[in-house]
Design a protein around this ligand. Structure first.
Ligand code: GAR
Length: 188
């Protein structure tokens, strides 16, 4: 993926808080970074993460539409900006197989569990209920099946007796902020 004279162009899809986006922007600004965050798209206009894009003068769009229209518009924008990699960061919508095929670029996602365990939502609560000793996060390629694409990397953390879904979420988010830039670096 490495480009000769220019940096790899990354787009980020978000739906909410945007702490992973904020962290990716921070890492992209490091001198040695091989990528730039060129574009942010949210499916929610109130997503706090959009503010990080605005603050950093990154082109951003909110497309509050049903999946079919969202994907059509998003695809057009990805092509217009000649994006090389699409990162999903707290993007709470399942992309269609057609969208994945048509983008023709790698799409990666961060998920708050040690995949293939705990696909889907409420991972921290489920990890505690299942009495798992460890949980963590996974960065993986996106395919048409939920949280099932090829794993790029995982980071794990111990679940302590005193952990609640909130304390576990906090610990794992910290790990996510290490894992996502590391995964990007690994695939570029
Ligand atoms: C993160 O914990 C991310 O792993 C999770 O949403 C949160 C978004 O936080 N993603 C999923 O659950 C996707 N299935 P952020 O908006 O602060 O980056």
């Amino acid at each position: 993926m490495e480009k000769l004279n220019s940096k790899v162009k990354v787009a980020v899809f978000i739906s909410g808080r945007g702490s992973n986006l904020k962290n990716l922007i921070k890492h992209s600004k490091l001198k040695k970074s091989k990528y730039l965050i060129n574009l942010v798209i949210s499916n929610k206009s109130e997503a706090k993460g959009l503010l990080y894009a605005k603050k950093n003068n990154i082109k951003n769009f909110s497309i509050e539409k049903k999946t079919l229209i969202f994907e059509k518009k998003a695809l057009k924008i990805l092509k217009k900006f000649k994006i090389d990699i699409l990162c999903l960061a707290g993007f709470m919508r399942i992309l269609s197989a057609e969208f994945i095929r048509k983008t023709k670029i790698p799409i990666i996602n961060i998920h708050p569990s040690l995949l293939p365990k705990l696909k889907g939502l409420n991972t921290h609560e489920r990890a505690i209920k299942a009495k798992y000793k460890y949980s963590g996060c996974t960065v993986h390629y996106v395919n048409s099946k939920l949280d099932s694409g090829k794993i790029i990397l995982r980071k794990k953390v111990k679940i302590l007796k005193k952990d609640t879904k909130y304390t576990l979420a906090k610990k794992i988010l910290k790990l996510e902020h290490i894992a996502y830039p590391e995964a990007l670096k690994k695939i570029i």
